[in-house]
Write a protein that binds this ligand. Structure first.
Ligand code: GAP
Length: 444
């Protein structure tokens, strides 16, 4: 058991170290000592992040007939959060040590510390459990200050725009409003790399429907979430559904399924699928005084639509993808590390190498090929540094699915290049046009 835990901690350490070493992820504001619960994405991390968001948007918005994308601010006034119930209900149970004043999530603390009321850090006495609100207040304006909040979830942006969308786009039920954007939570104890942070992107939509249809669409989106999990490169074997009990559900939810992932530090929530009933539109109708009901032209009925909400954390997607993709094997004489990202989300699609650095003709042709690929795929690298084996390893480590080498046969014989596949290490001779088609087809 201990050995098993060590292996898993090692995996987490390896992933964190690779992310830092290769410019995927850095501690937020690192040169100022770091701000806990925040992470900065370097060039490869930003590219991976962008590709995941783009793929999500394609899967859940552009390819759907009845989902509309919107984008709303991260700051919303107090009234929104009063109506939604976040000011009273968006809390976690907190316990503080009376001696060292470290704070802990009561529901995450080992039972033995709770029973003995003993601080796991200093052995001091633990105080009483309190409810800790996760919302970040902000003061708006320079003269008469008013309190607003950084959004703790992105869903209210969709609810407060329900009427705007009805009045401008006139959609019929069922339909969804989607967005990707930042959410902020003053987590008591941020931890486990990208897993529990204080600022993160959410990718989610509110699917408005008739009450009688909620089960049908709950099942429909549950299936779509499984398809997404596979598409983005999360190991399906490591994902489990959990029916969340009524005591553990969010204050707005009538039914929730969590999709849990087997992270190296344990099986924990990846995504959530919730049936929010008519809680939100009803609350915002009474909170704002604006009628947020829907008129059904066919039945001539007016009612408040109900909502099914698939919610997917972007940072947790990044982490689950990294854990699923991290591989070590033996290739040639050494052990190599590679990230087996699906080409669609890989930060770099292809790398181009001239076989030798000091042969002008090779460099010239390699630069031409690089430009062709760059125009086609954008994220392409040129590398003439060190031997070819080392260049392959560098690309493997950042998950580049294809490498192309320009050698003497390219310039003296048939213009063909060597295409090398990341996962198998296999190589074949292909024309530049053929390589373009192979890469293109893997990105559809
Ligand atoms: N609108 C629904 C909602 O916000 P949630 O379960 O509170 O539901 C949705 O959060 C998703 O956001 C989670 O399934 C998880 O992927 C992600 N998430 C929640 N808290 C997080 C945190 N502190 N750090 C990173 N991701 C988080």
């Amino acid at each position: 058991m201990e050995k098993e835990n060590k292996k898993e901690n090692d995996l987490m350490e390896k992933i964190i170290s690779l992310c830092k070493r290769r410019g995927f992820v850095f501690q937020g504001s690192e040169i100022y000592g770091g701000l806990s619960g925040t992470w900065d994405y370097g060039p490869y991390g930003a590219s991976l992040s962008h590709n995941i968001k783009e793929l999500w948007w394609k899967h859940f918005v552009s390819e759907q007939e009845n989902i509309f994308g919107i984008s709303t601010p991260t700051i919303m006034p107090e009234g929104v959060w009063q109506a939604s119930g976040h000011l009273s209900g968006f809390t976690d149970p907190m316990i503080e040590c009376e001696k060292c004043h470290h704070r802990f999530r009561a529901d995450h603390l080992d039972k033995k510390y709770l029973e003995q009321k003993k601080c796991p850090d200093c052995g001091g006495v633990l105080g009483e459990e309190k409810k800790f609100n996760l919302m970040f207040p902000v003061n708006i304006g320079s003269s008469s200050l008013s309190t607003a909040y950084l959004r703790g979830e992105i869903a209210p942006g969709m609810f407060v725009n329900f009427k705007n969308i009805m009045d401008t786009i006139h959609p019929k039920l069922p339909f969804g409003l989607a967005q990707i954007g930042k959410a902020y939570r003053n987590e008591i104890a941020p931890r486990d790399f990208l897993f529990r942070v204080r600022e993160f992107d959410l990718m989610e939509f509110e699917f408005f429907l008739k009450e009688s249809d909620w089960q049908k669409y709950f099942e429909f989106w549950r299936e779509e979430m499984w398809k997404w999990i596979e598409k983005v490169g999360i190991d399906k074997e490591k994902v489990y559904e959990l029916e969340v009990s009524s005591e553990d559900r969010a204050h707005y939810s009538k039914r929730t399924i969590d999709f849990e992932f087997e992270y190296p530090f344990g099986k924990k929530e990846l995504y959530g699928l919730a049936y929010r009933g008519d809680h939100d539109l009803k609350s915002h109708s009474s909170g704002s005084g604006i009628d947020l009901s829907y008129f059904d032209e066919e039945t001539k009925e007016r009612f408040i639509p109900h909502v099914v909400e698939p919610s997917m954390g972007h940072g947790r997607t990044m982490l689950a993808v990294l854990v699923s993709s991290y591989k070590e094997d033996n290739m040639g004489d050494d052990t190599r590390v590679y990230l087996s990202f699906p080409p669609k989300i890989a930060p770099v699609k292809c790398a181009v190498f001239p076989l030798l650095k000091n042969k002008e003709k090779l460099i010239e042709r390699a630069k031409e090929v690089y430009k062709i690929f760059k125009k086609e795929f954008g994220n392409v690298e040129f590398d003439d540094n060190g031997n070819i084996g080392k260049r392959y390893r560098r690309q493997d480590e950042i998950g580049t699915p294809y490498c192309v080498t320009i050698d003497f046969d390219t310039i003296e014989k048939d213009n063909s290049v060597t295409l090398r596949y990341r996962d198998s290490g296999e190589q074949e001779r292909k024309s530049v046009d053929e390589v373009v088609e192979i890469i293109k087809s893997s990105l559809i």
